[in-house]
Design a binder for this molecule. Structure first.
Ligand SMILES: NC(=O)c1ccc[n+]([C@@H]2O[C@H](COP(=O)([O-])OP(=O)(O)OC[C@H]3O[C@@H](n4cnc5c(N)ncnc54)[C@H](O)[C@@H]3O)[C@@H](O)[C@H]2O)c1
Length: 293
């Protein structure tokens, strides 16, 4: 079994997190295979990624040669078989236990023995995601923060059957990728979402109760607590549909009422007001370019 990671697959790479994770991985020098079920999503992500690296060059963070080399390390596919040569797979597909379990089970028959599977889940159990996949000892939690291409923190969590060697290799990869790992237990929401999902729902309920407008709530939180981004701005960036999936994953295992999806969240998702990705959430947006560069 080799611990060397050279080639990394990112599943769900047409999505908000997957596209950012693919940037982190390729920028750090790894061959990167972006995978998604949707070719349209991969095409849109490719455009966003080119725009992001274009801004990186404009801002002097990267030169044109490095940009071209990074883009040259990135390929995109809708075929799971194309992930066969990867040493590490990072999944960032929908926050749905069954979908993640099915994906890892399918990947088990495609990937080499040594390949490690990492999940970017925000709220689900790593042990449950790994259950039945056929390589439970080689599955680990690797939770990136939004926007992944800018944020350094990674919450690393071992499942009950994760081997120490897997955890060490995954941790070493995160270090090598220039990120900042912290160890958490395999508990719902790890550190960040255990605190953030209920808080963001409180904010949605406050908007629904008419306490204040989203803009004034954001202004208050930023001015008083020193946050760089208000909770409504953050929810628009996260995606209201993703927040709803987080609630649906979180609430049944915590039974914490604050983690249940507020009625306004449900209505916004039903209306297609998903935040930045759909052009409208708590705020309106023109286009969906990536944060930073
Ligand atoms: N949005 C956030 O703020 C955030 C932050 C950290 C972690 N996460 C986690 O990242 C994951 C993805 O969230 P997101 O907000 O990027 O979702 P998203 O809806 O933006 O993207 C999910 C992508 O996964 C693809 N997909 C779905 N099923 C697939 C499958 N079986 N194989 C391949 N691709 C598949 C979809 O086509 C879509 O492009 C979730 O587990 C979420 O909890 C999200």
């Amino acid at each position: 079994m080799t611990n060397e990671i050279r080639r990394v697959g990112v599943c769900g790479a047409g999505g908000t997190m997957g596209a950012g994770i693919a940037i982190v991985v390729a920028r750090a020098g790894f061959e990167t295979v972006s995978h998604d079920l949707s070719q349209d999503a991969l095409d849109a992500a490719k455009k966003q990624i080119s725009g992001f690296f274009g801004k990186s060059v404009e801002r002097g963070k990267m030169n044109g040669t490095a940009r071209d080399a990074t883009l040259g390390r990135m390929q995109a596919t809708t075929s799971l078989d194309a992930l066969a040569g990867c040493d590490l797979i990072i999944e960032a597909v929908f926050e749905d236990l069954r979908i993640k379990q099915d994906l890892f089970r399918d990947l088990d028959s495609v990937c080499a023995e040594h390949t490690i599977f990492a999940s970017n889940t925000s709220t689900l159990s790593i042990t449950e995601i790994a259950s039945g996949c056929g390589r439970e000892d080689r599955v680990v939690g690797m939770h990136f923060c939004l926007p992944a291409q800018l944020m350094k923190l990674i919450e690393m969590s071992p499942g009950m059957n994760t081997s120490q060697q897997t955890f060490r290799s995954a941790w070493a990869f995160v270090d090598q990728a220039g990120q900042t790992p912290v160890k958490t237990q395999d508990k719902p929401g790890f550190i960040l979402n255990a605190l953030l999902v209920p808080f963001n729902n409180d904010v949605i309920r406050a908007v629904e109760a008419g306490v204040a407008s989203p803009a004034d709530i954001d202004k208050a939180i930023k001015a008083a607590l020193g946050y760089k981004m208000g909770p409504c701005e953050l929810l628009d960036l996260v995606g209201l549909d993703t927040q709803m999936r987080l609630c649906e994953a979180f609430y049944p295992v915590t039974l914490d009422v604050r983690s249940s999806a507020p009625p306004l969240l449900r209505r916004m998702v039903a209306a297609g007001h998903l935040g930045r990705k759909s052009g409208r959430g708590f705020y309106s947006y023109d286009g969906n370019t990536m944060f930073g560069g």
